[in-house]
Design a protein around this ligand. Structure first.
Ligand SMILES: Cc1cc2nc3c(=O)[nH]c(=O)nc-3n(C[C@H](O)[C@H](O)[C@H](O)COP(=O)(O)O)c2cc1C
Length: 197
């Protein structure tokens, strides 16, 4: 991939919420995962842990999200975009759940918040790397934090009770080609330091 290709991948990535009814070949999925772990991480700790869900398990995740959305609606509570995202998960051939590994057992509890704060950034970087790798390999993706509505349930279900749930990523062949979503211009969100020329 040359420089132009890399920038094109960044510019052309979109959140995809409609996928074709077409499986992702295992080799391609493995390639996405192999690129994902090339992300940088604090002290090269590589805190990310991933669980790949396909078939019945992926459908089960979508049902769990939908059920939580229904419970919240019944209770008159806000469930944001949860039901909407559950439908995307139901449709995607693959959803990958990402955790941050629990702090090492020897680490004193007073450092745990700092550990999670730093490691969360590392796993965030891995997620973005995953989205860009998927885009470069011809797949669409959606970064999903609505899964946090069922945080405890997912950690127990997938056997990661001690790890922190970070997000999920749905992957598949895109069945839509959305326009770029608006961005504030970088000039609006950037201040130059005093010594910049
Ligand atoms: C941390 C994070 C969490 C997100 N969670 C969700 C989600 O739960 N459901 C969803 O439909 N989109 C989710 N998105 C996608 C954003 O809505 C999307 O990135 C944003 O609207 C910009 O659109 P674009 O990705 O097409 O540029 C999330 C994105 C990020 C970075």
């Amino acid at each position: 991939m040359n420089q132009r290709d890399a920038l094109q991948v960044i510019a052309e990535r979109r959140s995809i919420r409609r996928f074709q009814d077409r499986p992702i070949p295992k080799r391609l999925l493995e390639e996405v995962l192999a690129y994902t772990v090339m992300a940088p991480s604090a002290k090269n700790a590589q805190p990310w842990r991933m669980v790949v869900l396909e078939g019945d398990e992926a459908s089960q995740l979508a049902r769990m999200m939908q059920q939580r959305a229904d419970e919240l609606a019944e209770a008159g509570a806000d469930s944001g975009s949860l039901a909407w995202t559950a439908r995307v998960v139901a449709q995607a051939p693959v959803t990958i759940v990402l955790f941050n590994a629990a702090p090492p057992t020897e680490m004193p509890a007073r450092f745990h918040d700092d550990y999670h704060w730093v490691m969360l950034q590392s796993t965030g970087g891995a997620i973005q790397t995953m989205l860009l790798a998927a885009q470069a390999l011809g797949l669409g993706s959606l970064w999903i934090c609505d899964i946090l509505y069922i945080d405890d349930q997912v950690r127990q279900w997938l056997g990661h009770p001690e790890d922190a749930l970070v997000a999920a990523v749905s992957l598949g062949y895109a069945d839509e080609a959305p326009e770029a979503r608006p961005r504030r211009p970088w000039q609006e969100v950037t201040e130059w330091g005093r010594d910049s020329s």
